[in-house]
Design a protein around this ligand. Structure first.
Ligand SMILES: Cc1cc2nc3c(=O)[nH]c(=O)nc-3n(C[C@H](O)[C@H](O)[C@H](O)COP(=O)(O)O)c2cc1C
Length: 344
């Protein structure tokens, strides 16, 4: 099987660590996504032809074959560039959306631009999201940095990620999150493309959803608890015992994805909502849609497939799409907007 080349050293180390730890260690949250608390009512007589079930949709003006998002992950090393290429090839072939990882590495070292730009090169037609840490707006980043991130990959929208806990459990994280809402609002007003705000695996509360809606964001990706736990990733990177123990404390922290979707629905009923965090398959994506999401995203799972090959990533997207279609068929539903779940 095709192998990903080993990462370089030096400034690439952090990005390389993230990929290695996510592939080799158990970094799952102690919580579940909460989606196991919901089920579809089985319809033995769906009165549908499976082939007439339609999982396609339009998001930000782009047509998607299925409501699947390959969540923001990587870039910034040769190995990460190869993973972005494989993920983008899979997204292009299957007609689904994709986010790339934080582009800070490329804004600070232009040699890294190709490791992100490869995504658009390999996937000229997909719905593609740029990515920056929102907290960087408190550390010198301006609208110009946001524009450069979008232009670098001809992105359809910019994702600003919120990761206060991840920064707080690192040895020297960027922990000044004060006054950030005002800055996010400024970016929403000035940026030419839509702004999406996401968490990275601890979810969105009603209060945060309300603030983000007031900032004028175009969509929220809840990235709730139940899957990849970034405090666990940081625990494995910790340089000393103090930091390791600090990070380990938070293995059960966060708002499960299912609860997080309901939080956003309650606080901002008209908000476009993406769901991610601990989604296992297309059935989980279908449940998220029934709860009010437009797209369902997976990160860790797609990383594992892309680390093997493009073909493996394509296979996984195809399986995920078919799982959504079979869930729709067996629930007697022809269109995504008709999906409904019951609490178990
Ligand atoms: C290797 C890796 C790198 C990630 N890097 C980023 C990032 O740069 N920006 C971001 O917004 N989220 C990042 N994430 C978080 C994911 O987009 C997602 O929110 C989170 O992993 C929860 O999804 P999961 O449980 O399906 O993995 C990363 C996740 C993984 C696994």
């Amino acid at each position: 099987m095709e192998k990903v080349a080993p990462a370089q050293s030096g400034i690439d180390q952090r990005k390389a660590d993230h990929i290695r730890i996510n592939l080799e260690q158990d970094v799952r949250s102690a919580l579940t996504s909460g989606l196991e608390r919901y089920h579809f009512v089985h319809e033995a007589l769906p009165e549908l032809d499976l082939e007439s079930v339609d999982a396609s949709l339009t998001v930000f003006g782009k047509r998607l074959a299925a409501p699947i998002l390959i969540s923001s992950m990587t870039g910034g090393t040769e190995e990460a560039g190869e993973i972005n290429r494989r993920l983008a090839e899979a997204a292009q072939e299957c007609g689904v959306a994709m986010g790339i990882g934080s582009q800070r590495a490329a804004l600070e070292d232009s040699k890294q631009i190709p490791t992100f730009a490869i995504a658009r090169k390999a996937a000229p037609d997909i719905l593609l999201f740029a990515n920056l840490g929102a907290v960087q707006l408190n550390y010198g980043y301006t609208i110009e940095h946001c524009r450069r991130a979008v232009d670098m990959i001809q992105a359809d929208a910019l994702i600003l990620h919120l990761n206060p806990l991840q920064e707080a459990v690192q040895a020297s994280g960027d922990t000044n999150f004060a006054g950030l809402a005002k800055k996010i609002e400024g970016i929403c007003k000035k940026l030419e493309t839509p702004v999406i705000v996401k968490e990275v695996g601890w979810g969105i509360s009603e209060r945060t959803a309300k603030i983000l809606a007031d900032c004028g964001v175009s969509a929220i990706d809840v990235a709730g608890a139940g899957g990849t736990s970034w405090s666990q990733v940081e625990m494995h990177r910790a340089p000393d015992e103090f930091t390791r123990q600090l990070a380990a404390t938070f293995v059960g922290w966060g708002i499960p994805t299912a609860d997080s979707i309901l939080n956003v629905k309650k606080a901002a009923p008209d908000m476009t909502l993406f769901a991610s965090g601990g989604l296992k398959d297309g059935l989980d994506i279908a449940k998220c849609l029934a709860l009010g999401a437009t797209l369902g995203g997976m990160a860790g799972q797609f990383l594992k497939a892309a680390a093997v090959s493009t073909e493996k990533a394509v296979e996984m997207v195809k399986l995920t799409k078919r799982q959504i279609e079979v869930a729709m068929f067996s629930a007697g539903v022809e269109k995504l907007e008709s999906l409904k779940v019951e609490k178990s």
